[in-house]
Ligand binder design. Structure first.
Ligand SMILES: [Zn+2]
Ligand SMILES: [Zn+2]
Length: 102
């Protein structure tokens, strides 16, 4: 039996912004089962992640990392566009769109 530790998963990590430690220091942590990988928010630029809706590989871009407003769950371009349309439709019928979906 090889002693090499198996990787937790194939392909890119799936990052989600979470607070760690007692000071609530925020990082992007991989949410895939068995994976403890995490990275500082500022260092997540241009990293590959999986879209939280459709699991397509997508790149973390500058506009996802606006200081203090870093996205909770990175989405691919298509899913972001879809979500934007839904928000606009909700606003157009006078409803308040939810902040972040689960
Ligand atoms: Zn991972
Ligand atoms: Zn997507």
């Amino acid at each position: 039996m090889p002693s090499k530790k198996p990787r937790a998963h194939e392909g890119p990590h799936k990052y989600q912004k979470i607070a760690i430690g007692t000071k609530g220091y925020q990082v992007y942590k991989c949410v895939l089962p068995g994976c403890n990988h995490n990275v500082q928010l500022a260092l997540a630029l241009n990293l590959e992640t999986l879209c939280h809706i459709c699991n397509t590989i997508t790149i973390i871009t500058k506009d996802m990392l606006i200081r203090g407003k870093e996205v909770l769950k990175p989405l691919c371009l298509d899913c972001r566009a879809t979500r934007l349309r839904v928000r606009e439709q909700l606003i157009s019928i006078g409803r308040t769109p939810p902040e972040e979906e689960e």
